[in-house]
Design a protein around this ligand. Structure first.
Ligand code: A3P
Length: 299
């Protein structure tokens, strides 16, 4: 069963999280973590299920929105995402097909059937300096009392927790290494790998690539409509509208607008990192990524 743990820096800043089997989870992860992980492992996967998998702040909402539109063959915004992590199994089981799920968990914790090749996985990665920047600035917006009780951090303390992996969903570097292993070992052809910076550069091509991967309509007019709906500007405009918050949002925010769309740029980290933080980050990155098959653009 998960235990509630507190990580601290030497200045008294802290984060309280669930910890199970050596990994950290957000507090609104379902129940004692163990039982929900077991239910996810045993989940009945359908052929047209799609799992959008990412480390937080890597473009999850963006990718999910594109996949959802393609899968459903319509250009309606999905609102808040259906996360495996925060939705009970009965609700997940009863969703109509085609189902699109998001998760911040790694491949090893996905349903057994999808790991064996049933259904599809789309995974998206982003350069970690922008991931960190997006995550820390997002954490500041959390205005629910429970969140304030559990998180008392500054940019510096958050940086420390992020760099040594004492953070919900663990170290970004471990996340990448786990996917390197999947790339080496996974036998199926049901995984599409995406890079945020590439999508930013040429969204239309990646919408097409995803349509092909999912085996859905690739009519030019439809793909162009999806591309247009999924630009940062149009998604950010949509998010200024009120929506019905899911349980996951109720746990962290009182505001009824999705606080996800901030800048949507490559390289905003430069406006926030100190030179010393950037140098230290580069050192750790060089060491930890030396055997990785992933490469990232930081500007
Ligand atoms: P920033 O905070 O850097 O702006 P996630 O969905 O994984 O939480 O990721 C959120 C990040 O993705 C935010 O980054 C958000 O602005 C960015 N994002 C969301 N939609 C986007 C889009 N259509 N194009 C580019 N970036 C997008």
């Amino acid at each position: 069963m998960a235990e509630l743990v507190e990580v601290r820096d030497d200045k008294g800043h802290f984060m309280k999280m669930k910890k199970y089997d050596g990994r950290y989870y957000v507090n609104h992860f379902i129940g004692n973590v163990k039982d929900h992980l077991a239910a996810i492992e045993a989940m009945n996967v359908r052929d047209d299920d799609t799992f959008v998998v990412s480390y937080p702040k890597s473009g999850t909402h963006w990718t999910y929105t594109i996949v959802n539109m393609l899968r459903k063959e319509e250009t309606t915004y999905p609102g808040s995402l259906t996360f495996l992590d925060y939705t009970d199994m009965e609700t997940l089981d009863n969703l109509p097909s085609p189902r699109v799920f998001a998760t911040h968990m790694t491949f090893d914790l996905l349903p057994k059937q999808v790991k064996e090749g049933k259904g599809k996985i789309v995974t998206v990665f982003r350069n970690p300096k922008d991931v960190f920047t997006s995550l820390e600035l997002f954490a500041r917006k959390m205005d629910h009392e429970e969140m304030k009780k559990n998180y008392n951090t500054t940019w510096e303390s958050f940086f420390e927790f992020f760099m040594d992996g004492r953070i919900f969903y663990g170290s970004w570097f471990d996340h990448i290494q786990s996917w390197d292993k999947v790339r080496r070992e996974h036998k199926g052809n049901n995984i599409q790998y995406l890079i945020y910076e590439d999508m930013k550069q040429d969204l239309r091509s990646y919408v097409q690539k995803l349509a092909l991967f999912l085996g859905v309509s690739s009519e030019t007019e439809f793909l162009e409509a999806v591309t247009d709906k999924c630009t940062f500007r149009n998604m950010a405009d949509e998010a200024t509208k009120e929506f019905t918050p899911s349980e996951q949002w109720k746990a962290v925010m009182k505001d009824k607008r999705l606080p996800i769309y901030r800048k949507g740029e490559i390289g905003d980290w430069k406006n926030h990192f100190t030179v010393a933080q950037s140098d230290y980050f580069d050192e750790v990155y060089t060491e930890k990524m030396k055997n990785s098959s992933f490469t990232f653009r930081f500007v």
